[in-house]
Design a protein. Structure first.
Length: 212
């Protein structure tokens, strides 16, 4: 990872605050969709080389062979790929919040089309709110491709195919979801290429200077 685009602790703190605001908006939107109080936290931001993303994900998920992932591209000066990753059991918890009864038979089967649509919609809301707030605060406008649902074993090639280069910087936002009736734990990855990462660092620096 190039030292020229390494984020300082102060810059990461500024990103942390920005994402906290974005997650607050995502929580409000989710509460309207499912009519339940929800709080989303961003307990940690990690910067890693994108070549290590698969290992990081595998280390965070108990059973890497059973997970749900919502993938969405976003475009602007702040551009990249977003992955909302949920272990299969966490996806089931989200589905139960929509009054779809859990049964041993249902739990033993892959998610059906309705359940996948629920996961996609929640992923779309979270990704859109968080990416959009970062762009808004940093004075950018982003557009999105439709979200896509992916499932199966974690595939390094699948992740790397969506990155411009294996040396690009990955900013990893680990997300904790708290609902009224369930604790749902997921991971949100925002992965940027080199050009976008350089712009993001400059934009964060300008924001810090404007507040000092």
């Amino acid at each position: 990872m190039s030292d020229s685009i390494t984020f300082s602790s102060l810059e990461l703190d500024a990103l942390q605050e920005t994402m906290n605001i974005g997650f607050g908006q995502a929580a409000a939107a989710l509460s309207e969709v499912i009519d339940l109080h929800v709080v989303l936290h961003v307990p940690k931001i990690t910067q890693i080389d994108s070549a290590n993303i698969a290992d990081f994900v595998q280390g965070e998920i108990d059973d890497p062979a059973a997970y749900s992932m919502v993938e969405q591209f976003f475009f602007g000066r702040f551009s990249g790929t977003s992955f909302l990753v949920l272990p299969e059991k966490e996806s089931r918890k989200l589905v139960e919040l929509f009054q779809i009864e859990a049964t041993p038979e249902r739990d033993a089967q892959p998610l059906d089309s309705l359940e996948k649509e629920i996961v996609i919609e929640i992923g779309n809301i979270i990704i859109g709110a968080c990416v959009g707030k970062v762009a808004e605060i940093l004075r950018d406008i982003v557009s999105y491709e439709p979200p896509r649902y992916i499932t199966g074993p974690i595939d390094r090639d699948l992740i790397h195919r969506h990155l411009q280069a294996n040396s690009s910087l990955a900013l990893v936002f680990k997300t904790l979801f708290h609902f009224e009736r369930q604790d749902v734990v997921g991971l949100l990855f925002l992965v940027t290429g080199e050009d976008s990462t350089i712009w993001l660092k400059r934009a964060v620096d300008e924001m810090i200077q404007s507040l000092s």
